[in-house]
Design a protein around this ligand. Structure first.
Ligand SMILES: [Zn+2]
Length: 101
C-alpha cells in the first residue's frame, strides 16, 4: 500500500466514524457534507506534490486544505483521533493526531 492509499484509508475511516456519531447516518452511508469532505481530502491527496516519496504528509494536509475544509477535518480528527488510537494503535494515525494538535 502506498502512502497516499494509506492516508485515504485512514481519512475515510475517520470521517465515517465522525459522521455516524454526529449526523445519524445509517447503513455506513456518509451524509452529503461528509461525502464532500472525504472527496475533498482524497482530491488533495491525489494532488499532493510530495506524492508517495515522503512518509510525512501531515504538514502538507494542513497547508493545502482550504480554511473551511481544514476546520472540518480538524474537528473530525479531534473527535475520532483518540478513539481510533484506542481501537487501531497504528503509528500513522498517531502521527496525524500529533500534527493536528
Ligand atoms: Zn455526516
Amino acid at each position: 500500500m502506498t502512502r497516499i492509499e494509506r492516508e485515504k484509508t485512514v481519512i475515510g475511516q475517520m470521517i465515517a466514524i465522525y459522521c455516524r456519531k454526529h449526523h445519524n447516518c445509517a447503513g455506513g452511508q456518509l451524509c452529503n457534507d461528509c461525502a464532500e469532505l472525504l472527496a475533498y481530502a482524497n482530491n488533495r491527496l491525489d494532488r499532493c506534490p510530495k506524492g508517495n516519496d515522503k512518509s510525512n504528509c501531515r504538514k502538507c494536509e494542513i497547508h493545502c486544505y482550504s480554511p473551511a475544509n481544514r476546520d472540518k477535518i480538524r474537528a473530525v480528527m479531534r473527535y475520532v483521533g483518540p478513539r481510533m488510537i484506542f481501537h487501531h494503535p497504528l503509528s500513522a494515525i498517531r502521527h496525524i493526531i500529533n500534527e493536528m494538535k
